[in-house]
Design a protein around this ligand. Structure first.
Ligand code: GLA
Length: 396
């Protein structure tokens, strides 16, 4: 939707007059490698997409926040003084969770009208929720304090952390920081090599020389995912507790190296816990190896690491499922595909594939056909363009 149409839609919902309109955006992300490592203090390697949420926003002179989305014509109206009353909203809880967490953190939040135009496919594992949260955070702090954008800069890492809290406290998913960080801190044509232990990061240029990252969407929504996600997190914590007997200084699984793990893995007697921990330990190493491989232009090695990552998520972490595995298996049959893996939390959602440009058409055709035959409904494909992180787009 172009900006003029977007603004007309806003005026249609909320009427004209009042203060200037402001437009904010924040993107979804694809994670290249490093899955489920973030809440274990580990390494991740996501990139922001050009698929994003946009918000048209206008301050009000009362304490009311009104929310609407271009694809959902139901208006949600809330009182800023009573935000916790809206925790169980079906749509709107991400936004109000962010407002609540911003207020708890001491930000001045004004009443406002907000219209969302979400272009990250919902429930697809491309962080549609982080895009909404981070865009909301930027919009609310910008409207609450005029100095932002003029003399003061928004601390984007703080926005990511506040958005993550909203997800914990309002949505109930005990997610790591990867998605919100990638949405807030993305950079065009770069992936973010992030150390989730101390949030140090590096933007790594993605130069794929004749290859592209193609996203395959299973179109299976992650409905049961949330419970299983929190369960995986608890299993990792249980594994860490056991290993802390020999590594008392380790405060997350990332502090245990592959060598240390191999020496002491027999301490993990519960097979499930052992599999979960093993995935995390080796996945952290794969992120380090992938960053190095990409910096050296070794796409073949990066592709192999992607494949290993998926296999480990399938066999050890057990978060794939028939839809993701089918997309990956079919992708790997195509000449010119160097690597294929699930991306995001799993249990449905998307895969990311490193595909030779000349093979993309064949890839989409053949993988799409085989998927439909086996699963019974269509997959969708997108060429992933890596874009910038959250920001204000302009005023009208
Ligand atoms: C979801 C979470 C992230 C991360 C991934 C798995 O996207 O929001 O924090 O844990 O799953 O890597």
């Amino acid at each position: 939707m172009d900006t003029i149409t977007l603004i007309q839609r806003f005026l249609g919902y909320f009427g004209g007059g009042g203060e200037q309109l402001r437009i904010f955006t924040s993107p979804g992300r694809v994670n290249l490698i490093g899955e489920h490592t973030d809440y274990n203090g580990g390494f991740v390697f996501p990139a922001a997409l050009t698929l994003a949420t946009r918000i048209v926003a206008r301050p009000r002179n009362d304490n009311i926040i009104k929310l609407i989305a271009t694809d959902l014509e139901k208006m949600v109206e809330t009182d800023l003084n009573n935000l916790s009353a809206y925790k169980n909203l079906k749509w709107g809880n991400y936004q109000l969770g962010v407002a609540d967490e911003l207020m708890k953190a001491g930000f001045n939040i004004r009443g406002c009208d907000l219209m969302y135009d979400d272009k990250v496919p919902l429930g697809s594992g491309l962080s549609s929720s982080a895009a909404i949260e981070v865009a909301t955070a930027i919009a609310l702090v910008s409207l609450g304090d005029e100095a932002y954008g003029k003399t003061k800069e928004i601390d984007m890492i703080e926005m990511a952390l506040i958005s993550q809290k909203a997800e914990h406290n309002y949505v109930g998913v005990m997610c790591g920081i990867m998605d919100q960080f990638a949405s807030a801190m993305g950079k065009k044509d770069h992936a973010i090599f992030l150390d989730c232990k101390d949030l140090s990061y590096e933007h790594v240029p993605i130069m794929l020389d004749g290859y592209s990252l193609v996203i395959g969407n299973t179109n299976k929504k992650r409905s049961l995912g949330e419970g299983k996600y929190n369960e995986r997190r608890a299993q990792c914590e249980a594994g860490l507790e056991i290993l802390r007997e020999v590594f008392p200084k380790a405060d997350c699984l990332r502090d245990i190296s592959v060598m240390d793990y191999e020496e002491y893995k027999s301490m993990l007697r519960d097979d499930i816990i052992k599999k979960r921990v093993e995935h995390i330990i080796y996945e952290n190493q794969r992120v380090l190896d992938s960053v190095k491989a990409l910096k050296e232009g070794n796409l073949e090695l990066f592709g192999k690491l992607m494949n290993q990552s998926h296999n480990s998520l399938r066999d050890l972490y057990e978060v794939t499922g028939i839809e993701l595995d089918t997309l990956v298996d079919e992708a790997r049959k195509i000449d010119g595909v160097l690597g294929s893996r699930m991306t995001g939390a799993g249990f449905g959602g998307c895969t990311v594939n490193l595909v030779a440009n000349k093979s993309i058409d064949e890839f989409i055709l053949k993988v799409g056909k085989a998927y439909k035959e086996k699963i019974g409904y269509e997959a969708s494909f997108y060429i992933s363009d890596i874009g910038d992180g959250g920001r204000e787009l302009g005023r009208r």
